[in-house]
Design a protein around this ligand. Structure first.
Ligand code: B12
Length: 99
């Protein structure tokens, strides 16, 4: 089905929801690379370069760590990598407006 890299952002150790998403995607036939919790932007960029996935999945459960999603997206834009991936964001405090 494709490949997804999924990770919880820097400063955030919540991973139950991310793991459920990862298991469901694996069950649906995706190759999943899970970076776990507390990932600074460098982890995302380095893994995208080595794994070359179709999708990047980013998880945050805290209002204080949600802004790190913006940092990840901004870095992708800066490196002209943003158009290479679909990006999924998730986590209980997110809404459509934030997305
Ligand atoms: C379990 C939990 C913990 C566990 C986490 C264990 C773990 N391994 O994940 C522990 C005890 C460690 C914890 C710690 C903390 N927590 Co906590 N925690 C929760 C709790 C009760 C449930 C979260 C959860 O797992 N839900 C179940 C899963 C299945 O749902 P989910 O995560 O939302 O995931 C679903 C979707 O969001 C989505 N999704 C999630 N990620 C992704 C990613 C992608 C790509 C996609 C597509 C979808 C997706 O799909 C999932 C399936 O539907 C919530 C309260 C709540 N009701 O949400 C508080 C909560 C998130 N925690 C909170 C807080 C404050 C903390 C602490 C700061 C507490 C403290 N003072 O130490 C620390 C944070 C430490 C840190 N640096 O991260 C607050 C956040 C408040 C805020 N405004 O930000 C909450 C809301 C509780 C509260 N009401 O105060 N926590």
């Amino acid at each position: 089905m494709g490949k997804i890299v999924i990770a919880t952002v820097k400063g955030d150790i919540h991973d139950i929801g991310k793991n459920l998403v990862f298991m469901m995607m694996e069950g649906a036939g995706f190759d999943v690379v899970d970076l776990g919790i507390n990932n600074p932007v460098e982890n995302y960029i380095g893994t995208l370069e080595t794994e070359k996935p179709d999708i990047l999945g980013v998880s945050a459960l805290l209002t204080t760590t949600m802004p790190h999603m913006r940092i990840v997206i901004d870095r992708l834009v800066e490196l002209q990598m943003r158009d290479n991936y679909g990006v999924l964001v998730g986590g209980a405090p997110l809404n459509e407006e934030f997305r």
